[in-house]
Write a protein that binds this ligand. Sequence first.
Ligand SMILES: *Cc1c(COP(=O)(O)O)cnc(C)c1O
Length: 494
Amino acid sequence: MRRKAEDPPREHQAQGASGPALSNGLQMSPTAMVDLAARAAEALVRRSEELGREEAWDGEFRDELVNKLMQDPPEGGRAPREVLDQAVADILPLALRLDHPRSFGFVPSSPTWPGVVADFLAAGYNINTCNWLVASGASQLECVVIDWFRQWLGYPDTAGGLLTSGGSAASLDGLVAAREAAGYPESGSVYMSDQSHSAHQRAVKIIGIRPEHARLVPSDDAFRIDVGELASMVTRDRAAGVEPIAVCANAGATATGAVDPLEELADFCASEGIWLHVDAAYGGFAVVTERGKRILRGIERADSIVLDAHKWFFQPYEVGCLMVRDISKLEKPFSIRPDFLQDALWGSGHPNFWDRGLQMSRSARALKIWMSVQTFGMAAFRRAISNGLEFAARAQEYIDKSPVLACTSPASLSVVCFRVDPAGRDIADRDLDEINRQVLARLFWEDPAFISSAMPRGRFSLRLCIVNHNTTWDDVLETLQAAERFGRDALAQY
Ligand SMILES: *Cc1c(COP(=O)(O)O)cnc(C)c1O
């Protein structure tokens, strides 16, 4: 559908000799635009070619950067290439390279190139996916991508959702829907395990749950929520006049990859009439594989699910997702219709994404997912996700056989925690913590890999999270071997 029959003829203005800007001061000539974009693309391609040969981490202290960058904005402009070159040389490299094949810390990410290009296109086309009138193409594409996710999760036709800035925003929107479904109680409570992501504690604060009603339920030996304990907390709260709003379950807890007993939780929440919100921000995309589907069985019974495509679905930041089993339960709290937006309504069947969450102006996030899936196909995505599952399992086997290392939380999804703890030697926990801190520090300063630590059951541990489509088994193996080597050194001094 087009309003204008034909584009007006375009006149290319040549770049003035005085500088990059055209007469209105904020425009560039077509030649200068292409030149700048090409230079940016070349810099990115060069970076990706060199990535595996570099260290996973680089960074700088504040004083150094203040000296370099804290300047007043210039009154006149500079050559665009010069500005770009400065960003590429002095600013952008100072970062954890989350897409380095040996970046195993926190939850890394490794965007595919069509996804990166899609973000560039979306910005250039200046798409605002706020509603159907303003962006019908991108709105429909978001419907398409959301429907893919719906099918992968095993959700019914009533389900729907929206793409968000990330998992934190998605959980916030999900808990708003949960509170509405619970009848917006005066005094509500939310339950989560002691392994849950800090995003939930933030979301709970934002929706105005009293801190003492954000209930942390203990987890069992496998870091899964203790459903018996959850049930007694709910009973006690109800008796005290506190109304349960939601249970937040983990489908891939960040520290250990633990998956809560989703079916048991779904039974419990159904019998109690409590909203089940599943945090699958890190782990959710495992459902596209057979193995992942088995591990996450029961996820389809959740009232809402959070996914992060900027983690294990190989997209550039920012793209998370909230899926809701019954989309009307999300639109009920969020669709608000002020007069000044009355022209934007296209009637039923034309979803307005501003009716589903906290954001009004929204970038066209679906484009990157769509372009990368169209380019590579699902078989390639499935393989890349399977590799993460397989490498974590192999890492655990290696750790179990190692005379120096011991597992502190077994491989779950693509996370495994371990530490230097030689079999047959009786070393106090406090000393093991210190030894492992030294090992982590040496990995940080002396090894190309980047890994982070976790405290499963209070024991200082090294943690691998494997979600990069460029990571090979050798990347994992050599990182484990480096930990063994540094571990032996530390033990020799002990
Ligand atoms: C990363 C993560 C979040 C937070 O998501 P953001 O995209 O960083 O906002 C929440 N839960 C889990 C399990 C995560 O791994």
